[in-house]
Design a protein around this ligand. Structure first.
Ligand code: CP
Length: 323
């Protein structure tokens, strides 16, 4: 595997899920694969799960890991080429990226959407500079438009908890006080559509959100969009909640609705087929989901987060084997 930035990079989903199950049976079985190999993880914004789970996965494989918070303790980085660097950013990514590449074998990058410059966000300017100039395989630790390690962990979790051959999986928008990127829902949609296309053991994927929160067509594809959240929940086996800001112009990156009626609560969960509740975390309780739902026996947010270690290990194993 050269880089890992989207569902296409994982190849055959069944093979990836089988590999994940193998890792889960004994995650220390390949503890010398990464001997004398180093991973640098760069974070342009905060993280709990991605940082810890990816570091743990790399350590399971015997790798050295270095973590750099760009906002704390590193020079502020300029990302745009051609600017006169007379502001508060003393270093350009075009120098920093190859320097970082010279210290490691694999680079993990968490960049984040600006939510103000849609062209730069959807052009993945930061992530692509790492891919073009580091000379190393790059793992996306969440980019402006996708969060593939999260989505792979989500798929692993659905595979583990599914009760039927083709469960109904519903991605639902839910309210949030701050504008958030579309990366998680974009990515989840991309991976669920790939799962829906499997001849056996697929999913029936539905997206529900208020009008105005349509995601980019390249991510929605042929997935069913249902604007009535309660109707969407009927018969669902998995409810995946997430907030996102508007994608469509002229409202890119804006909050259009804070309608608390879209929060996932017990009454809505009662419409489902005893659905499992999922969220990538961190989650704002009693905005996105009630205390009762997230603490219920069908909430699987903790095993879902635990599977982040597994998805990261599968990806790193494949990268190490290809070095
Ligand atoms: N789900 C997720 O990526 O969590 P962090 O932002 O804490 O890494």
């Amino acid at each position: 595997m050269e880089n890992f930035t989207n569902v296409g990079d994982i190849g055959d989903l069944r093979a990836a899920l089988a590999e994940a199950a193998e890792v889960k049976r004994n995650r220390y079985a390949w503890d010398t694969l990464g001997r004398n190999r180093t991973m640098v993880m760069l974070f342009f914004n905060s993280s709990l799960r991605t940082r810890l789970s990816t570091q743990k996965a790399a350590q399971n494989l015997g790798m050295n890991v270095m973590v750099l918070d760009v906002a704390q303790g590193a020079w502020k980085l300029e990302t745009e080429r051609g600017v006169i660097m007379d502001g508060d950013r003393p270093e350009h990514l075009l120098e920093a990226v190859p320097v970082i590449g010279s210290y490691c074998d694999i680079i993990g990058v968490r960049s984040f959407a600006s939510l103000t410059d849609k062209t730069a966000d959807y052009g993945e300017v930061v992530l692509n500079q790492f891919i073009q100039h580091s000379g190393r395989p790059v793992v996306s630790l969440e980019s402006a438009t996708r969060h593939p390690l999260q989505s792979f962990a989500d798929l692993i979790t659905i595979e583990e908890f599914r009760r039927s051959a083709r469960p109904k999986v519903v991605l639902t928008w839910a309210p949030h006080p701050r504008a958030l990127p579309q990366a998680v829902p974009n990515s989840f949609a991309e991976w669920m559509r790939a799962a829906a296309a499997l001849p056996e053991g697929g999913v029936d994927f539905v997206i529900t959100h208020p009008r105005g929160y349509e995601l980019a067509p390249e991510f929605v594809g042929d997935a069913r969009v249902e604007y009535d959240q309660r109707r969407a929940f009927e018969g669902a086996e998995f409810i995946y909640a997430k907030n996102w800001s508007a994608w469509a112009d002229p409202n890119y990156g804006k909050i259009l609705s804070s309608d608390r009626d879209w929060m996932v609560d017990e009454a809505k969960m009662a419409l489902t087929d005893n659905a499992f509740f999922m969220h990538c975390l961190p989650v704002r309780r009693n905005m996105i989901v009630t205390d009762g739902v997230i603490e219920s026996p069908t909430s699987i947010v903790i095993p879902q987060a635990a599977n982040r270690e597994i998805s990261a290990q599968v990806v790193l194993q494949r990268m190490l084997r290809a070095l």
